[in-house]
Each structure stands twice: as C-alpha cells, then as structure tokens.
Design a protein around this ligand. Structure first.
Ligand code: B1M
Length: 201
C-alpha cells in the first residue's frame, strides 16, 4: 500500500482554508478513516505495515489540526499527566486526548508510550498533577492500570491525584472495578470528564 501522508496533510489544510471546523475534520474524516483501517486489520484484510502507513497519514492530518485544536483557551486551569501503559505503543488516541485537553486550557505533561507503573508514579511525584490519565489499547496490558493505581496507593499518593482511564478495551465497568476516578470513550468526553473532576475539587 502506498501512503497517503502528503494527501491527508494537503486535504486537511484545504479543509481548514475553506472554513471547515477542525473538530469536524477530526470527527468526520480522520477518525472514521482510521476506524475503517482498524476493521480491515481485524478482518485480516490489511497488515501491520498498512496500519503503520495509515497511522503516519493520520498523524500528518493531526499535526495540521494541532494548533487549531489547541489554540482555543490560554488560561491554564489544571495540570494533567498522561501516558500509554507499558508494552503498548498505541499513541494516536492518547495524543488526541492530550491535544484536546491543551486546547481547553489545561497544562499537559505527556509521558509518551510504554510507560511503566513506576514511571507514572514518579511523574505524579515530580509534576504534582491534578489528574493522571492512563491510556491502554491492548487487552494484554490492561492489568497495568490497576497495578499503577495500587502503586499510587502503596506510596500514599492516591488521594493526591485523580486517575482517569481510557482506550479501546477500557469500559466503565473496568474503570469502576479498578477504582479509577473516571473513564472516557473519546477525547471530547475526556475533556468534559477532566473539567468535571476539576470543578468538584
Ligand atoms: Co494495533 N491493535 N496493534 N496498531 N491498532 C488495535 C488496538 C486492535 C484493536 C486491532 C484489531 O485487532 N482490531 C488490536 C488490539 C486487540 C486487543 O488487544 N484486544 C491491536 C493489536 C493486536 C496490535 C498488535 C499486537 C499487532 C501485532 O503486532 N500483532 C501491535 C501491538 C504493538 C504494541 O503496542 N506493543 C499493534 C500495533 C499497531 C501499530 C503500531 C501498527 C499502530 C499504532 C500506531 C500508533 O498508535 N502510533 C496500530 C493501530 C493504528 C491500531 C488501530 C488500527 C487503530 C488505533 C487508533 O489509533 N485508533 C487499532 C484498531 C482499532 O482501534 N479499531 C489497533 C484511532 C484513535 C483516534 O482511537 O486509539 O481508540 P483510539 O483512541 C480514542 C479512545 O480510545 C479514547 O479517546 C481516543 C480519541 O477519541 N482514549 C482515551 C484513548 N486513550 C484515552 C485515555 C483517556 C481517555 C480516553 O484518559 C486517560
């Protein structure tokens, strides 16, 4: 498969120039496109190399959208540390969440992917965030979410930070079971969740 990186970048730029809202480019074009790739990957029609090429194209579009999605509000209203669990290299969804949070005036420290529980805990100590966001896309690494939460408890840090979770296999039931403070299915819901948690403080 030949990549569509430049085409996606150019089409995203053209859409913005023509007044299409950045949220619409995201919700109506980029995310549905990635969903089609996911379905074809699941059904063995596409291979990992294809998914990587598609993810590069998605990032090309996201990079164009980034300043527009992030430019809305300037006042810093709270701090969020976010990362994807260890063993998991999926970062498109987590990056989107981080981008939308920044766009809503929150300070975001992005730890990247493949983050060990110990490193989430260290980041809570170092950055003293209001919210810790943990993203997981693989069922095989999901257990690292409760492991991180337990480690926070063991170090007497749990009451210091609200923990929110999200990612493909993460459900509301799972988030309640692991005693997270909240769960979101998508980036916009994550922003609303964070706002609600900050207001309730
Ligand atoms: Co992978 N992958 N992948 N993959 N991949 C999935 C997740 C999978 C569902 C595909 C499938 O089988 N249908 C499957 C997981 C199955 C499972 O565990 N049950 C899978 C697999 C199996 C794998 C490998 C193991 C494949 C292999 O090697 N055999 C491998 C694992 C590598 C690793 O991580 N160690 C692998 C590799 C890859 C690529 C590297 C090729 C690439 C990742 C590139 C990258 O991220 N830089 C990739 C991709 C792109 C996908 C799919 C196709 C798309 C994921 C994505 O970016 N979606 C995915 C299939 C799918 O999801 N349908 C799949 C778009 C994104 C906007 O949505 O990530 O869901 P999403 O994020 C959303 C929400 O989940 C939520 O908000 C986001 C924005 O709306 N959200 C949060 C996410 N984090 C949040 C945190 C929050 C709140 C909300 O608070 C903290």
């Amino acid at each position: 498969m030949k990549g569509q990186c430049y085409r996606v970048k150019t089409l995203t730029e053209i859409a913005l120039e023509n007044g299409v809202k950045p949220e619409d480019v995201l919700e109506k074009s980029l995310i549905p496109g990635m969903r089609i790739i996911g379905d074809k990957f699941r059904d063995n029609i596409l291979f990992i190399s294809d998914v990587l090429i598609a993810s590069r194209a998605m990032h090309a579009g996201l990079n164009v959208l980034k300043p527009h999605l992030s430019a809305c509000r300037q006042v810093k209203r709270g701090k969020v540390v976010i990362g994807t669990v260890a063993g998991d290299l999926h970062d498109i969804g987590k990056n989107l969440v981080a981008m939308m949070l920044r766009g809503n005036g929150l300070e975001v420290v992005d730890l990247g992917v493949d983050v060990e529980p110990e490193d989430f805990v260290k980041a809570v100590i170092e950055y003293r965030p209001d919210i810790l966001g943990i993203s997981a896309m693989l069922t095989t690494t999901l257990y690292l979410i409760p492991e991180t939460i337990n480690m926070l408890k063991q170090r007497n840090l749990r009451s210091r930070v609200k923990v929110i979770v999200g990612g493909g296999p993460v459900t509301k039931e799972f988030s309640q079971k692991v005693k997270a403070d909240g769960f979101a299915t998508d980036a916009q819901s994550a922003v609303e969740l964070v706002n609600n948690l900050l207001e309730s403080e």
